[in-house]
Design a binder for this molecule. Sequence first.
Ligand code: MRU
Length: 373
Amino acid sequence: MINQSQRNLVTAAMVSLRELSDNLGISSAVRSVDWIDDALVIIDQRKLPDEVTYLRLETVDEVVAAIKTLAVRGAPSIGVAGAFGVALACKEFPNDRPGFVQAVESIRGARPTAVNLARSVDLVAKRVDDGLDAMLDEARIIRDDEIAACWSMGINGAELLVELLGNRPQRLLTICNTGGLAAVERGTALGVIQTMFERGLLEEALATETRPLLQGSRLTAWELERMGAPFRLLVDAAGPFVLAQGEAEAVLTGADRIAANGDTANKVGSFALALGARFAGAPFIVVAPESSIDEATPSGAMIEIEDRGPAEVVSARGLQLAPEATRALNPAFDVTPAELITAIVTDRRVVRLDRGEKLSDVPLGERRISAEQ
Ligand code: MRU
């Protein structure tokens, strides 16, 4: 039986190996969430870009806190974290079914908007009678599925952009962080931008800083820099104008939940970009795995939007930005109506909403797994 400090050493060694292989160019992947040596290991996204710190999470309370505080964030990544969290719940409450059920509920409810969390938690929780190993297998399937989905979305998205804008370097605007940090490896919208870059088709990525928590400036800029891709950062309010000026030619966003009618919840600010894109005649493309589509939610009006309270608005990284007693609104997401979305790109299909296609019309195709994988 190995003790805690030996466990920490093993985790540190595995993480160092991954970093070494990254630095040697063997793999450019950032795996933000993984199961290593009996624990959920995540990159602590709160600390980026200042430091790359890995956290070992061994209890349900630690997993819930990590999800709520955005140490782990992005719809697919919190889905995978939640999946392994349920396995931890099984370890923590081996002979206590009510305790297990309550633990599962606390993980499931840690963030309400991204459907991936509830979906993954439910998939793993229903294996409880098959035992811990079966639950871990289920969680690993979810993790591997999200990674494969990212490669496929990259190809589908890049092909769509070439079809829409031509086979030439493009200037692509994105919001929040939708890279490997948000989707275990590689990413959704940022995964498409990475594929475009690898194919010599990225003139420039434009990233909005994404107040209040600055996922764009802290995380997307960090990932684009590691990729070596050309990019510039802009304040959120500049996005629609930059589109109107023709400086950005298309918008690529991720999704936390896509309703059955195509309405899409994503990071707050996405709706303003969709309006700007429509004004400019630029494509607005949502890139998300099939696991982010929620057929049980008929339209965006039924999507619960997380309000994260005033503190994040009136202060930032320890700096007071408004008078102490200022009241604030802080919706973490907004909903872009389907009518403003050009296309939804998933790992298994491209749905052209601009041509009147609906999610229900377009059958699932095969995954486009890349040879690079
Ligand atoms: O609050 P966050 O940082 O978890 O919000 C993330 C987003 O809005 C992403 O665009 C979405 O989860 C898709 S991530 C691939």
